[in-house]
Write a protein that binds this ligand. Structure first.
Ligand code: GTP
Ligand code: MG
Length: 262
């Protein structure tokens, strides 16, 4: 089993991509299990093979008096009690891939303890990759771009597994932004030049430049793949990268070569 964990801000397209990517991979032969990992999901655009809501729902915690955000956090934390049952359910299906559709409340993965602990317990012993979705809407100006890539790096630091950063809903990108920004993000010095070109005040620009420079010097950005569920071509690029990271040998990473294991 290989795990593909979809993480991204609210509404970035995780659930839609989970269903479309599963069908896309199946069209080439491998079997795929769809795992809904969002205890607060109301409707899903795919049929979940395993659904955490069979074990715990955010609504149960709201009934105990928590607000919607606190209830989701408590629900994800409490998944640790069910994670072995969820693994067993997946092991019975024995799919080639498991696609994990996570909740949109990013602080679960970027800042809190619960998200990474539960995900690590879920995927322990199996190769896994994070696909981080950055909505096309974030690619409108340098401040949003630097900010969403910084968020992507927080997730990478915390989940500690190979990560593919994608621009989701790429069909909504203007052609000019696709060609002159998104496809150039991996070029050395490009993010820094973008930060420098920002029309922010001096302090903000200096901060953005430092963040851009840190992300670049760590080799974090690499290739950012534009993906639209309407384009088979972009799904080809995503699937190729997923296979490269999952099967390309011992935990292939595209981070800075200086820190590779001996
Ligand atoms: N144009 C376009 N819209 C998309 C694409 N993928 C998803 N959407 C739309 O984006 C909206 C949000 O999609 P979801 O898949 O529910 O996003 P999500 O990340 O699962 O949302 P939460 O679970 O609430 O965080 C829906 O209206 C989708 O139809 C895409 O590739 N292109
Ligand atoms: Mg969703």
């Amino acid at each position: 089993m290989y795990f593909i964990v979809l993480v991204g801000p609210a509404g970035s397209g995780k659930t839609t991509l989970a269903g479309e990517l599963a069908a896309y991979i199946e069209s080439y032969g491998p079997s795929v299990a769809r795992l809904n990992f969002d205890p607060a999901a109301e409707t899903l655009s795919y049929d979940a093979d395993v659904d955490v809501r069979s074990y715990v729902t955010a609504q149960e915690f709201m009934a105990k008096g928590l607000g919607p955000n606190g209830a989701l956090i408590a629900a994800v934390d409490s998944l640790i009690n069910h994670v072995f049952d969820i693994r067993r359910a997946l092991e019975e299906i024995k799919p080639d891939y498991v696609i994990v559709d996570t909740p949109g409340q990013m602080e679960l993965f970027a800042y809190r303890h619960g998200g990474p602990i539960v995900l690590n317990a879920l995927t322990h012993g199996y190769p896994s990759v994070t696909v981080f979705l950055m909505d096309a809407i974030f690619f409108e100006n340098p401040a949003s771009i630097v900010s969403v890539l910084t968020l992507a790096s927080s997730v990478a630091v915390r989940l500690q597994r190979p990560q593919i950063n994608i621009v989701s809903k790429a069909d909504l990108l203007m052609q000019d932004v696709l060609e002159n920004v998104v496809t150039r993000l991996g070029e050395e010095g490009f993010l820094e030049s973008l930060a420098t070109s920002s029309e922010s005040d001096l302090y903000t620009r200096a901060l953005m430049l430092s963040l851009a420079s840190a992300l670049e010097s760590a080799g974090f950005i690499g290739e950012v793949i534009p993906v639209s569920v309407n384009s088979r071509e972009s799904m080809d690029a995503l699937y190729a990268k997923i296979q490269q990271l999952l099967k390309g040998g011992e935990e292939e990473k595209y981070y800075d070569q200086r820190y590779e294991k001996d």
